[in-house]
Design a binder for this molecule. Structure first.
Ligand code: NDP
Length: 372
C-alpha cells in the first residue's frame, strides 16, 4: 500500500465490484487497519499475566486507542512487577477470587483473557456478568457448546465478545484478500496451510488436555483452519483428517501431535493442511487460483510476514500485530467498525466447529460434513 487513497481504492473496488464472500464483511465503513480514527480509548485489564500477555502489554504501549489500565492474576509478584512497569494503581488490580468487582470499576472497559484455553469460557462469562466487554485469546474455548454459551452470555449482558485473531489486521494478509476479491487469482482452486513447531517443556499446560482441550490443533493448527477460511473466502463444507502419534509419552491421550486434514468448499476449492507439535519451520500459507497464486511465509508467526504472488513480492509494511489488533478492537467496540475479516465470537465458533469435525474424522476415519 503506497497511500491510504490507493489502498482504499483497492479495498472499495473489491467491496463494491464483486459479491463479498460469506466470511468477509463489507469494508465500506472501514478506515484502514492500523489507521484508527481519533476516538474513545479502550481501557483494558489483562487476565492472566503469562507469556503472550507480556507480549500484548508491551505492544499496547504503541496503541492510540487502547490502554492497559488493570491487572487480574493469580500471582501477586507478577502484579507488583506489572504495576511498576505499566503504572497501574492498586485499585485496578485483582486476583481470580475477587475480579467480579471490576463491575464497579470505571477504569476498565474490557478484559483481555489470556489464560490456558479451557479457562476462557468461565472467565469470559464472569467478565460479561460484570458488564465489561470480553476479548478472549484463541482458541475461544475448547468446544462448540462452550463457545455457544460464551456468545449467549455476552449477548445477554449486552457486551462485545472478540477473539484475538491478530492476523485479521495484517497488511499482507489483507492485500491477498483484496486481490482475491478483485478476481486477480481467478477461480480459487486450492489452499495449503502448514502450521507447526516442536513443543518443548513437557510440564506446560499445552500438553495437559484438561487445560488445553487438545494438542497442536487447538494451539497452532487453528491458524490453518482459520487461515483457510479467510484465504479461500468461503467456509468449508466437509473435512477429513488423519492423526499420527510418534511419541505417545509426550503426547498423552487427548493431545494430538500431528494431524493432516483436507477440506472442501462450496465452490469446489479444496484445502490440504498440517498441524503439528513435532516439526519446525511450518508456518506457510499457499493459495492457488486458475490465474494466479499467493504465498505467505511466515503466514502467522511474529517474524515479519512476507508475501509473494504471481505478480511478485508484496512490499507492504510490517506492523506490531497486537497493537493494531487492540486499536482496531477499540474501533469495533466503540464505533461499531466492521473489520474486513470478523473477529467476533461467531467467527471463532466456526473454527471450533471445524476443529470438532477434524477430531471426529481422525477418530472415525470418515469424512465429516460441516455446517458452519
Ligand atoms: P502462559 O502459560 O505463558 O500464560 C498463561 C497464564 O495464565 C499464566 O501465566 C497464569 O497467569 C494464568 N493461569 C491461570 N490459571 C492457570 C493454570 N491453571 N495454569 C497455567 N496458567 C494459568 O500461556 P500463553 O500466554 O502462552 O497462552 C495463553 C493463551 O494465549 C492461550 O489461550 C494461547 O492459545 C494464547 N496465545 C495466543 C497467541 C497469539 O499469537 N494470538 C500466542 C500465544 C498464546 P497468572 O500467573 O497471572 O495467574
Amino acid at each position: 500500500m503506497n497511500t491510504r487513497r490507493e489502498f482504499l481504492q483497492k479495498i472499495s473496488g473489491s467491496a463494491f465490484g464483486l459479491t463479498v464472500l460469506p466470511t468477509i464483511a463489507s469494508a465500506s465503513c472501514a478506515n484502514l487497519p492500523g489507521e484508527v480514527n481519533e476516538g474513545r480509548v479502550l481501557n483494558v485489564a489483562i487476565l492472566g499475566l503469562g507469556g503472550y500477555a507480556t507480549r500484548v502489554a508491551a505492544a499496547m504501549v504503541n496503541c492510540k486507542r487502547a490502554k492497559l489500565t488493570g491487572l487480574i492474576s493469580g500471582t501477586p509478584e507478577k502484579i507488583k512487577a506489572w504495576q511498576a512497569k505499566y503504572n497501574i494503581p492498586d485499585k485496578n488490580c485483582y486476583n481470580y477470587e475477587n475480579y467480579d468487582a471490576i463491575k464497579n470499576n470505571p477504569d476498565i472497559d474490557a478484559v483481555y483473557v489470556i489464560t490456558p484455553n479451557a479457562l476462557h469460557k468461565e472467565e469470559v462469562i464472569r467478565v460479561a456478568a460484570a458488564g465489561k466487554h470480553a476479548i478472549s485469546e484463541k482458541p475461544m474455548t475448547i468446544s462448540v457448546k462452550d463457545g455457544e454459551e460464551m456468545i449467549e452470555a455476552c449477548k445477554k449482558a449486552n457486551v462485545k465478545l472478540l477473539v484475538g485473531y491478530r492476523m485479521h489486521f495484517e497488511p499482507h494478509t489483507l492485500e491477498i484478500i483484496r486481490m482475491r476479491n478483485a478476481g486477480e487469482f481467478g477461480k480459487i482452486t486450492f489452499f495449503q496451510g502448514l502450521s507447526g513447531f516442536v513443543i518443548g517443556d513437557t510440564k506446560q499446560w499445552r500438553l495437559n488436555p484438561k487445560l488445553s482441550g487438545g494438542g497442536s490443533m487447538m494451539d497452532i493448527g487453528i491458524y490453518s483452519v482459520n487461515g483457510s477460511r479467510y484465504m479461500v473466502g468461503e467456509d468449508p463444507i466437509w473435512v477429513n483428517a488423519v492423526e499420527t502419534k510418534n511419541d505417545p509419552v509426550k503426547f498423552v491421550q487427548g493431545i494430538d501431535e500431528t494431524i493432516q486434514f483436507q477440506m472442501g468448499f462450496p465452490s469446489g476449492a479444496v484445502a490440504s493442511c498440517l498441524s503439528t507439535y513435532s516439526m519446525n519451520w511450518l508456518d506457510r500459507f499457499f493459495l492457488d487460483g486458475l490465474n494466479g497464486f499467493a504465498e505467505l511465509h511466515p503466514a502467522t508467526g511474529y517474524d515479519p510476514t512476507t508475501g509473494l504472488t504471481h505478480k511478485g513480492p508484496l512490499n507492504l509494511p510490517n506492523t506490531i500485530h497486537q497493537a493494531v489488533q487492540m486499536d482496531e478492537m477499540a474501533a469495533i467496540i466503540f464505533d461499531g467498525k466492521k473489520p474486513i475479516v470478523p473477529v467476533d465470537g461467531e467467527e471463532a465458533l466456526k473454527d471450533l466447529k471445524v476443529i470438532e469435525g477434524i477430531y471426529k474424522s481422525a477418530q472415525s476415519g470418515k469424512t465429516v460434513n460441516l455446517q458452519l
